[in-house]
Design a protein around this ligand. Structure first.
Ligand SMILES: [Zn+2]
Length: 309
């Protein structure tokens, strides 16, 4: 049993690493006993908060104990020669992680993707004028040589530059380089990040793999900060039961709750679904873990109720 529990903890660590990498804020929540995976001893879930105030489950880890081993008669031989049932765990992260990535980072112009995971990381757009094409294309080649380590597109198509910007912004390409005759003359590149959409010029000699990775890392930090802001704007602490049904319509609600089923059922009568109790308090929540149950007043801890996807 203990070794399986160690695996559960390890899996939680992997999930954290994974979602930190995607800059998605999450809450690690122990599901209520009456709402765990059927047959499991307990279920730990990762939930995030969507921009519309509903929660989305983005991963689960189940400690199955020896319940399934008994059903399927899976045993091992101990040192003493006796047969014992194995303890099992199971895991799941599905395409819901893509849904959270799209909804949480995206904006009105389309996708916004962290640099490391974007299918196309960089788009290079030459701004071509008659007579100066050759100079711009030559200079572009120099730039492409410097970004070979990345997934990039060189868009020298017929469209106007504005249409190209729009197209690649929609697809969420994190980094855009523009080169026109003026840039070629000055040996500069115009740089723009998908999330900020500000432009600035950099000398081509200052562009290298290390610098680009640093930009990507900075962008991930900005995305995470923005995502935390979005989550916080849809997260509310409630300390009066009478306020819960109104709050839960638009927000994911934090409440103190004991582990009794009657109190859990009472919470769900107010419209939300009881996701469970926080295993740990995320760094973006500044509320104590322990508190008196909002229903019965006995000892409880921080729990989450929400309308969920
Ligand atoms: Zn209670």
């Amino acid at each position: 049993y203990e070794e399986a529990e160690e695996q559960v903890k390890k899996a939680i660590g992997y999930y954290k690493e994974f979602y930190d990498f995607l800059a998605i804020p999450y809450m690690v929540i122990r599901r209520p006993d009456w709402d765990k995976f059927p047959g499991a001893v307990y279920t730990i879930a990762f939930d995030t908060v969507m921009p519309d105030g509903r929660s989305l489950q983005i991963g689960t880890v189940h400690h199955l104990g020896d319940n399934f081993a008994k059903t399927f008669d899976i045993t091992y031989e101990g040192i003493d020669g006796e047969h014992y049932y194995v303890h099992q765990t199971c895991y799941g992260i599905s395409e819901r992680c893509i849904a959270s990535l799209i909804s949480i980072h995206g904006d009105d112009l389309g996708l916004v993707l962290p640099f490391e995971v974007a299918p196309i990381q960089i788009v290079v757009i030459p701004v071509l004028y008659k007579g100066k094409d050759q100079m711009v294309l030559e200079f572009s080649k120099e730039l492409l040589e410097k970004i070979r380590a990345f997934r990039f597109v060189f868009d020298a198509g017929e469209d106007r530059p504005g249409a190209k910007y729009y197209k690649w912004e929609l697809k969420g390409v994190p980094l855009r380089f523009e080169i026109g005759p003026r840039e070629a003359e000055r040996r500069e590149v115009v740089v723009s990040f998908r999330d900020e959409r500000k432009k600035f010029s950099v000398l081509i000699d200052e562009i290298n793999e290390y610098e680009i990775r640093r930009w990507g890392e900075e962008m991930r930090r900005r995305l995470r900060e923005k995502a935390v802001g979005s989550v916080l704007s849809r997260l509310k602490f409630v300390n009066r039961l009478s306020e819960l049904s109104e709050v839960v319509r638009d927000y994911v609600s934090l409440i103190y709750l004991c582990r009794n089923r009657e109190c859990g059922d009472e919470i769900e009568r107010h419209g939300g679904k009881l996701l469970g109790w926080l295993e740990e308090i995320p760094d973006f929540i500044s509320v104590r873990k322990e508190g008196k149950c909002i229903v019965c007043g006995s000892n409880g801890s921080l729990a989450v109720s929400a309308r969920s996807y």
